[in-house]
Design a protein around this ligand. Structure first.
Ligand SMILES: [Zn+2]
Ligand SMILES: [Zn+2]
Length: 614
């Protein structure tokens, strides 16, 4: 638990304390911290509404003012059950009725695991902790919402009221949080995406399948250009692979059957049945005696395809590292309830690459990948980021994690060393690794402090052997390479969603869908000719320049361009024509004065080429 999560979870106890004081009959289920704050699930005949919040918050304040200690008490299972039966858990004292949810939670605690209570004042709750030292350490809190829910999310269980709140160490942080949420609403990529005509969805196309409009396609092209240039310079080779593959490929990779829920259902091709040389590894298939090799899946990841390319020719240690890059199109079956704008989609294009290397090469390759991240962060003005380094849990080897304790230790040590040596901020999170190796999730904060998880970096020591990937080493022995999966720019969907919110739609010149718009004052023929020639010159250099030749008043033309967040406007009048100049106006900044035409063009081209920040 992070410090903030500790504050928030402690606030959940304080919330329960307050509710128990107002409604002593309240029964509580679970009260964990969340990304945004905390909640507590409560069973209560009174229907809590936001009108009750001030009263509850008032009671919470009394509890924080009292500054009670959070006291940890270890207790035997029998004693805990006895207390729950007397209704003393998540309560201010004994009650006439038991604490049913706490009894149920107790029953779920494995034999041999320590059972603890936490006390603040006269409120006692069943809880594994940890907490802040005292209730007064919860510096600032606010209740935000109430929603209906079922115990354990199962509709056969009783319905509960989930009360949401948020908490921070102090008032300044709490207020900054709500200011950020306000600003985030204005910058919501779904709202701006529609207004700026970047992407749309259509029921007939299907949920979670974004359609990129011309402005969105520009953003994609620019990001791909950036990735391709950067990766070329870093020694990557580009490959291309189809979006579908035989079932067998995913049985080899291990995606099937474990990840089947996350993939679109297969399509069956009759004519491809009974293909020799394929095997059935799926029990359901062999039971129905269906000929093998007849099912195709939309690809959910690019790795298996890339592994096959690695395998297509013999590899020597001299060839390594091999780096295959592809902006690969993947499809994943997210539950429709979980789709969210561009952040959770069913089709995605990933800034993917796989690096095959020896153990000796691992550190420098992994470092180079981290450098890519840092370079991109700098380019996009991302100042705050952290890498979440997920490791395995030795107790779950063979279930959640590939059963190879030696390789786990070795790869985790390698990753940790690289992170420490490169000085990149990171947090280590046990038990969250991928099945086949440690992974790094990259979290970034946008310009207004909103948090996004953008990309994953993974070390894979388990899948290369499944594919029989080898290279011939110095000693003439075949060895298995390590594989690094990396995608610094994540998927187009998520990254562009992030960029829209990060820039509030005010993209820097190099990214702006419309870079320059020329706005002649009036429709005098020589002036229009002049405007057209500038547009042609710019477009000749690959600049996305448009011309507003409408009969609108210049004020309307400017207002229109500002609404569309056009980066640079050239407001042209008779004087500009005479002088061979342009009057430059920048979106959101206003007029910056007249410049000679040639100077403006040269400067614009340089700003684009260098991908300047504004
Ligand atoms: Zn607790
Ligand atoms: Zn991969």
């Amino acid at each position: 638990m992070t410090d903030l999560e500790r504050v928030r979870h402690s606030a959940a106890h304080i919330l329960a304390t307050a509710i128990a004081r107002i409604w002593p009959e309240a029964q509580f289920a679970a009260g964990p911290p969340t990304d945004q704050g905390f909640y507590y699930d409560v069973d209560l005949p009174h229907r809590i509404s936001p009108e009750d919040f001030p009263r509850i918050e008032e009671e919470m304040r009394k509890e924080t003012k009292a500054n009670h200690r959070f006291e940890r008490v270890a207790i035997s299972r029998a004693d805990a059950i006895a207390m729950a039966e007397r209704g003393e858990l998540a309560a201010l004292g004994p009650r006439g009725t038991p604490s049913p949810f706490k009894l149920d939670i107790l029953q779920g605690i494995p034999e041999g695991e320590e059972i603890t209570l936490y006390r603040n004042g006269d409120f006692t709750d069943l809880c594994a902790g940890p907490h802040v030292m005292r209730t007064g350490n919860v510096g600032a809190f606010r209740l935000t919402n109430v929603a209906a829910t079922y115990y354990k999310g199962d509709e056969r269980n009783p319905q509960l009221q989930r009360i949401y709140g948020t908490a921070f160490k102090n008032k300044t942080e709490l207020e900054a949080h709500f200011t950020m949420l306000e600003e985030a609403k204005k910058r919501d990529h779904r709202k701006l995406g529609r207004e700026l005509e970047i992407f749309c969805f259509d029921e007939d196309v299907g949920p979670g399948l974004p359609l990129w409009m011309p402005n969105g396609a520009v953003l994609i092209e620019e990001l791909e250009k950036l990735a391709k240039e950067t990766e070329f310079a870093a020694g990557y080779d580009r490959v291309r692979t189809p979006v579908i593959a035989r079932e067998n490929l995913y049985l080899t990779s291990g995606h099937l059957p474990y990840y089947a829920d996350g993939m679109f259902p297969p399509m069956t091709l009759e004519e491809d049945r009974a293909v020799p040389g394929t095997t059935v590894a799926n029990a359901e298939d062999s039971a129905s005696a269906r000929p093998p090799g007849d099912r195709y899946y939309l690809k959910a990841m690019n790795c298996p395809h890339h592994h096959k390319i690695f395998k297509a020719v013999p590899r020597s240690y001299r060839d390594l590292p091999v780096r295959f890059a592809e902006y690969g199109q993947c499809y994943r079956y997210e539950q429709s309830g979980e789709l969210l704008g561009l952040m959770r989609v069913r089709s995605m294009q990933m800034n993917d690459a796989h690096i095959y290397c020896t153990e000796e090469q691992f550190a420098s390759e992994f470092n180079a990948v981290n450098d890519l991240y840092l370079r991109y962060f700098k380019l996009f003005g991302v100042d705050k980021y952290v890498m979440r380094f997920s490791t395995h849990d030795p107790a779950k080897l063979g279930q959640k994690f590939v059963d190879d304790p030696i390789l786990w230790k070795k790869t985790e040590d390698m990753v940790r060393r690289v992170l420490i040596e490169s000085g990149i901020p990171y947090v280590e999170i046990p038990n969250e690794a991928a099945f086949y190796g440690p992974k790094i999730d990259v979290q970034v904060w946008s310009a207004i402090g909103r948090e996004f998880t953008l990309a994953t970096n993974q070390v894979d020591f388990a899948v290369p052997p499944r594919f029989g990937l080898v290279y011939r080493d110095r000693d003439n022995v075949d060895k298995t390479p390590l594989c690094i999966h990396r995608a610094p720019l994540g998927t187009h969907e998520r990254f562009i969603g992030f960029l829209i919110e990060h820039y509030a739609g005010n993209f820097p010149l190099w990214l702006a869908p419309e870079q320059v718009r020329i706005l002649p004052i009036g429709d005098d023929a020589p002036l229009l000719e002049y405007a057209k020639s500038i547009q042609q010159e710019l477009r000749g250099h690959g600049v996305r320049a448009a011309l507003d030749a409408s009969s609108d008043h210049i004020k309307a033309k400017i207002a229109n361009a500002e609404t569309k967040k056009v980066h640079t406007m050239l407001v042209l009048g008779a004087r500009d024509l005479e002088a061979g100049a342009v009057s430059v106006r920048l979106h959101g900044k206003g007029n910056v004065g007249a410049k000679p035409r040639a100077g403006f063009v040269a400067e614009t081209l340089a700003a684009i080429k260098e991908r300047r920040a504004n």
